[in-house]
Design a protein around this ligand. Structure first.
Ligand code: MG
Ligand code: ZN
Length: 222
């Protein structure tokens, strides 16, 4: 049974990669820098987005694609900030794929957009396997999830160029050891940028915003 499963999965991923390549061409043609934002449920993706939108307002024009199993609460949170947001409800599907992004792009006005953030479904496993056409993968790990996560979900950590360790204001109430997160993440991806942040207090957000802004600017310089 296991032997039969492997080629099927490979075909699905190859078909997805073709759609992701087409999305990438759309982003590049429109001068858009796209990131795929991933984490477990509740790690703070939408909160980070809200903070990022506030900080970049008037400097970088953003749009958001919100992936969720159900509901459009998160897209409403983003729209309240005056930013274009399209909701994808996967209806139980545990990750976004290239086809969903292709459809969402049709609903967005891409003109003038410089930064597109795709908030993936909360899940540390398969979102890492499905390329969406993004330029960078970014992940959030909150300290309440524990420091064992990099070694339990290595692919996610390997592929993400930035890791945001969120909720550092809660560190005193957990057994989480940030040095363990850092060293195991480094072991998986030596080039990963690591930020310790709190979306609640704002700690560490300036460093994240500098990184993001530099990425957007350098992609536009190409
Ligand atoms: Mg969310
Ligand atoms: Zn999935």
């Amino acid at each position: 049974m296991t032997q039969m499963k492997i080629p099927v999965v490979r075909n699905i991923l190859q078909a997805n990669d073709r759609l992701a390549d087409a999305n990438r061409k759309v982003f590049d043609g429109a001068g858009i820098f796209a990131i795929n934002l991933m984490s477990s449920p509740g790690a703070g993706k939408t909160s980070l987005l809200e903070k990022t939108i506030d900080a970049l307002a008037g400097r970088i024009k953003m749009a958001v694609i919100e992936g969720d199993l159900q509901s459009d609460f998160d897209a409403e949170r983003i729209q309240r900030k005056g930013v274009q947001a399209v909701q994808i409800n996967t209806e139980g599907g545990c990750h976004l794929d290239g086809n969903m992004i292709q459809m969402a792009l049709e609903a967005l006005e891409l003109r003038d957009v410089e930064l597109l953030v795709i908030e993936n479904v909360g899940n540390l496993v398969c979102p890492a396997e499905f390329n969406l056409g993004e330029h960078e993968k970014v992940m959030i790990l909150s300290v309440t999830e524990g420091h064992d996560k990099p070694l339990k979900y290595p692919l996610m950590f390997q592929l993400c160029s930035a890791l945001l360790i969120n909720k550092i204001d809660l560190l005193p109430y957990t057994d989480c050891d940030i040095d363990v997160i850092r060293s195991s993440a480094r072991q998986l991806n030596a080039n990963q940028a690591i930020f310790e942040i709190s979306c609640r207090t704002g700690d560490g957000l300036p460093e994240w915003l500098d990184w993001l802004e530099a990425k957007v600017r350098s992609s536009r310089g190409k």
